[in-house]
Write a protein that binds this ligand. Structure first.
Ligand code: ADP
Ligand code: TRP
Length: 322
């Protein structure tokens, strides 16, 4: 069973990213054949400067290594280090219509907001299909917002298999319903683009600021609070097992606990939970040689894997290799 996932290096990781996908990767690398990469080609769709592109990419790689991605146990690479994925993107683009691509949420949303999207954004789902199909992936863990992209990959694979030859595995999305939509500090989906994130690698001071900004109603200290309507509760419960969730519910329901204290409690939990990862991240970020070697190992294996898939594709398409 091969599990594959990618994350764009487009800024700091937040609790939504962690609980929907990243948390599971450590377990997958011990129980399955995990392929995981940093999607730096996709992030060019929001390019602002080469310095930022480089910083974000290095930071994302360090984040994953610190969060437990072990280059000896899984195939971990940088998307741009495997140029074969661009060749496969071109082949795959012959198996999807423009009409279908025009329906992509990521593309449609930009148009609705009055932007003039570029070709890269239009082609984003095809590059993502190449990421997935090029490595014979069985399962792809993603957040709910990526579901449509998975459907594109499945449609393209099916069209290729039907029209030219049976080459691709049809991948399955894996979406954990319990954490499919982690709410942000304002209760909307936690997302960089809404400015409502809690970034667990931020400094303690920044983390405190984010947690303290979680929106609440105006219930006073002496009033009972409804945990099911509180963003503090929904975020805090991500960290807790059933027994601890029950205890936290009781704290909400018992007058005498103010929102300030409930937030401080959450902050402490976040700091404790991520303390080992934060320490590891500092060590890794200061060791570029380790980072480079880790990526090189994964890149070599990823290139080998996609090359054998590409051989099958070229063969079915009648592309000569002299
Ligand atoms: P953002 O919305 O902050 O830009 P990304 O698009 O970089 O996040 O998401 C990376 C991964 O994390 C994707 O698989 C995405 O579906 C998942 N993800 C992001 N935010 C959330 C959230 N609030 N709840 C659940 N999953 C999320
Ligand atoms: N589009 C994904 C995101 O924004 C990142 C990604 C690129 C990806 N290629 C992928 C995820 C392949 C899973 C599989 O989160």
């Amino acid at each position: 069973m091969r599990i594959l996932t990618g994350v764009q290096p487009s800024g700091k990781l937040h609790l939504g990213n962690f609980f929907s996908v990243i948390r599971k990767l450590k377990e997958y690398q011990t129980t399955t054949d995990l392929f995981c990469f940093v999607a730096d080609l996709h992030s060019l769709t929001t390019f602002s400067s080469k310095e930022k592109q480089k910083d974000n990419t290095y930071n994302a790689v360090c984040d994953f290594l610190a969060l437990g991605i072990d280059p000896d146990r899984c195939t971990f690479w940088l998307q741009s280090g495997v140029p074969e994925v661009a060749e496969l993107t071109w082949y795959l683009s012959q198996f999807i219509s423009v009409n279908q691509l025009e329906l992509a949420h990521s593309y449609k949303d930009k148009i609705a907001k009055g932007f003039h999207p570029r070709g890269g954004l239009f082609f984003y789902p095809v590059l993502m299909a190449a990421d997935i199909l090029g490595f014979d992936s069985d399962k792809v863990p993603v957040g709910k917002d990526q579901k449509q992209h998975l459907e594109y990959a499945r449609d393209i694979a099916a069209a290729f298999n039907r029209e030219v030859g049976s080459v691709f595995k049809i991948p399955e999305p894996e979406i954990d319903e319990a954490t499919a939509l982690v709410p942000g500090t304002d209760g909307q989906k936690m997302s960089k683009s809404y400015g409502n994130t809690i970034n667990f690698f931020d400094s303690e001071k920044e983390l405190k600021k984010s947690v303290m900004s979680i929106m609440t109603d105006s219930a006073g200290v002496d009033e009972a609070k409804d945990p099911d309507k509180s963003h503090i509760y929904s975020i805090h419960s991500l960290f807790l097992d059933d027994a601890k969730k029950q205890k936290l519910r009781e704290r909400f329901l018992t007058p005498g606990n103010g929102y300030g204290d409930l937030k401080k409690n959450l902050l402490q939990n976040i700091l404790d939970y991520f303390a080992p990862y934060r320490a590891e991240r500092e060590k890794i970020a200061a060791d570029p040689t380790y980072v480079r070697d880790a990526l090189k190992k994964g890149r070599d294996k990823a290139r080998q894997t996609i090359s054998s898939v590409l051989d099958r594709v070229r063969n079915e398409l009648g592309i000569y290799r002299f």
